[in-house]
Design a protein around this ligand. Structure first.
Ligand SMILES: *[C@@H]1O[C@H](CO)[C@@H](O)[C@H](O)[C@H]1NC(C)=O
Ligand SMILES: *[C@@H]1O[C@H](CO)[C@@H](O)[C@H](O)[C@H]1NC(C)=O
Length: 331
């Protein structure tokens, strides 16, 4: 890969002729036709499974590493995976908090659980993490990318420059480091599952969340590209990817209060969300909304922009806007 702009070798590009354009369209059409035919057996399999679901993937005895798992969705996913029999590596920046969760897991389930301290936005930290985890627990079979800085108050002009850099580092760049650390082992053993927590916000944009929305779209892009690589290089049968788009979850008091003040849609329970995530993962689902019904918000994007905006306002209680803004401004 060349990142040196001096070595840039430009090509002269000629404009497409009308004939080229037609040829391109024919190629495209040919590909689409192929995909349509290839879908037919897949459709029937799907129909069959609708009535006779295949058994859930048995993940008992596997090692799951969950980033950002000392609280919130990460902690709930760790609990749920432990319930399914996984050994658990808790990863976060605060060792004490992580250790508490690991203790809780060991007390409740007959699995191994250890907490590790790491800042997953730092490549070197993740490499050290990998060594420590492998020494004490063994190979990671399931990687759950969940770490993130909580912030719903970053519209474009709020916050400092550093806040934005930090959010992208933690919520997006960390995916490169964790995946680069743990994917090679999965490829070697021909076994693994990578799960990433994006957000329903990618289906319905919400004001005042520019940093959040950007990284959450980034998570989806990352997972789509990863999935494509696994397919292309022949690993898609043994290494699965799952991207989840959870609805708003009440994990931090301030954010729960903000949402509860203004949204007519209630905040979801974190354990219900985690249960659905692990269940979908055990079905090898590639991308899905949690809860399933919440995915319907995607319908808003079918409407003309202005109509969509007005429709979305109906989900809010505008008389509470002042109260919302007051909570939002609190430090
Ligand atoms: C699931 O896998 C574990 C470990 O490989 C095995 O001990 C257990 O019997 C399996 N459970 C089922 C229901 O197949
Ligand atoms: C970063 O990710 C976490 C976990 O998914 C999320 O709760 C948080 O709001 C995200 N922050 C931003 C600014 O995107």
């Amino acid at each position: 890969m060349s990142t040196n702009s001096e070595s840039y070798d430009a090509v002269d590009s000629l404009p497409n002729s009308q004939l080229d354009n037609i040829k391109n369209l024919l190629h495209l059409f040919n590909g689409i036709l192929y995909a349509t035919v290839a879908s037919i057996p897949i459709f029937f399999k799907w129909l069959f499974h609708l009535f006779l679901p295949p058994p859930l993937k048995n993940i008992s005895g596997q090692l799951a590493l969950i980033t950002g798992s000392s609280a919130g969705i990460g902690r709930a996913i760790a609990m749920r995976l432990a319930r399914e029999g996984c050994h658990i590596a808790i990863v976060n920046r605060n060792l004490k908090m992580g250790q508490k969760v690991a203790e809780e897991i060991r007390a409740q389930y007959k699995v191994k659980a250890i907490a590790f301290e790491a800042d997953v936005s730092k490549c070197e930290d993740v490499k050290r993490l990998k060594r420590e985890v492998e020494e004490s627990l063994g190979n990671v079979d399931i990687l759950v990318n969940n770490a993130g800085l909580l912030s719903l108050e970053n519209s474009l002009l709020e916050g400092n420059d550093e806040d934005y850099q930090r959010v992208v580092d933690v919520n997006l760049t960390s995916y490169f480091w964790t995946t680069r650390a743990f994917l090679p082992g999965m490829m070697e053993r021909k076994k693994g599952h990578i799960v990433s927590v994006s957000s329903l916000i990618t289906k319905i944009s919400v004001f005042g969340t520019i940093a959040y929305t950007t990284t959450k779209y980034g998570n989806i892009g990352f997972m789509e590209a990863l999935n494509e690589d696994l397919k292309f290089f022949g690993y898609s049968d043994c290494i699965k990817t799952t991207t989840v788009l959870p609805t708003l979850v009440g994990t931090q008091r301030k954010h729960s209060q903000m949402v509860e003040a203004i949204s007519k849609i209630p905040v979801s329970n974190v354990y219900a969300i985690a249960k659905d995530i692990v269940y979908g993962m055990q079905r090898n689902r590639r991308i899905f909304s949690v809860p399933q019904s919440a995915g319907l918000v995607g319908i808003f994007s079918w409407f003309p922009d202005d109509a969509c905006f007005l429709g979305k306002l109906k989900l809010m209680d505008k008389s509470k806007l002042d109260e919302f803004m007051k909570i939002r401004a609190k430090k």
